[in-house]
Design a protein around this ligand. Structure first.
Ligand code: FES
Length: 277
């Protein structure tokens, strides 16, 4: 989640930087054109001429006024329309450069941002193809083959151990477990979340004792995840498990179901050898 927020922030920062660059391009001033320089020079050098011209204009205005009062038609603001002059080559080249700079930025942005954004969306979008956080389906026959060797069937994509549940313990289990867990037990399967309920270490299987034994602080859980020893406050958490034919569906889309309280011992399984921890 934090990575997604960082990437989105980076995208926004990139977009803002691009806008700032484009904006700066619009306000950039080139060097003064030759025409401007010569106009400025002529203004300075011909100050006297300018005063003269102002006086001439005032005299012309007075004459126009007199003629208007006499009933003559006088053209309004005659002679004040500025004459059009084309841009010189220097000014033109600055404008071209600005145009190409902006075009390159726009094309570059359009080429890079959409594919990057789409890749990001594809990365963040739930795939629906299974994995932790969704339903994971495995074959019951594969699990049974593993159980025959006295090993739990580990499903990495669900971070779950599948274990057989003995039918003779169902009466006790019905009192100790919720309906969501009991459904799987009735079909002979429990789905145990690999995370230790003490402080979250992954709990490995101890083949010698036939228990799960946590290497972090020594919590121990029997074959079906009920707590036997150590600082853990309860048994291992469960995921709902549904058996259909040869398929076992492990539903990790919600929150794990809290393990049974300390003292729960539905299978009466003692350690079958030396402990690993
Ligand atoms: S994390 Fe497993 S015993 Fe502490």
């Amino acid at each position: 989640m934090y990575i997604a927020i960082l990437i989105i922030g980076f995208l926004i920062a990139a977009a803002v930087s691009m806008l700032v660059l484009v904006k700066r391009g619009t306000t950039t001033r080139g060097a003064l054109s030759r025409e401007t320089k010569s106009r400025d020079a002529s203004l300075v050098s011909s100050a006297g001429t300018e005063i003269e011209s102002v006086e001439t204009t005032a005299a012309r205005a007075r004459g126009d006024e007199t003629r208007q009062q006499a009933g003559e038609l006088v053209p309004r603001d005659a002679g004040t329309i500025a004459e059009w002059t084309p841009m010189d080559a220097e000014e033109l080249s600055v404008s071209r450069r600005m145009f190409f700079n902006r075009a390159i930025l726009m094309v570059g942005g359009l080429a890079v941002l959409p594919p990057f954004g789409l890749s990001l969306l594809a990365f963040l979008w739930p795939s629906g193809a299974g994995g932790f956080g969704s339903k994971v389906v495995v074959k019951l026959s594969d699990a049974q083959a593993t159980w025959a060797n006295k090993l739990p069937y580990y499903v990495p994509s669900a971070r779950t151990y599948l274990q057989p549940y003995p039918s003779e313990a169902l009466v006790a289990a019905k009192k100790a477990y919720s309906a969501d867990v009991f459904v799987g037990m009735e079909n002979g399967v429990v789905g145990l979340y690999q995370k230790c309920v003490h402080l979250g270490c992954r709990v490995p299987w101890c083949a010698a004792a036939q228990w799960f034994e946590c290497p972090c602080h020594g919590s121990k859980y029997d074959r079906v995840g009920e707590k036997r020893d150590g600082p853990a406050p309860r048994g291992l958490d469960h995921w709902p498990v549904v058996v259909t034919g040869d398929e076992v569906s492990i539903d990790t889309s919600g929150t794990a179901i809290p393990g049974p309280p300390i003292g729960t011992d539905t299978t009466k399984q003692a350690a079958e050898g030396p402990h690993c921890v």
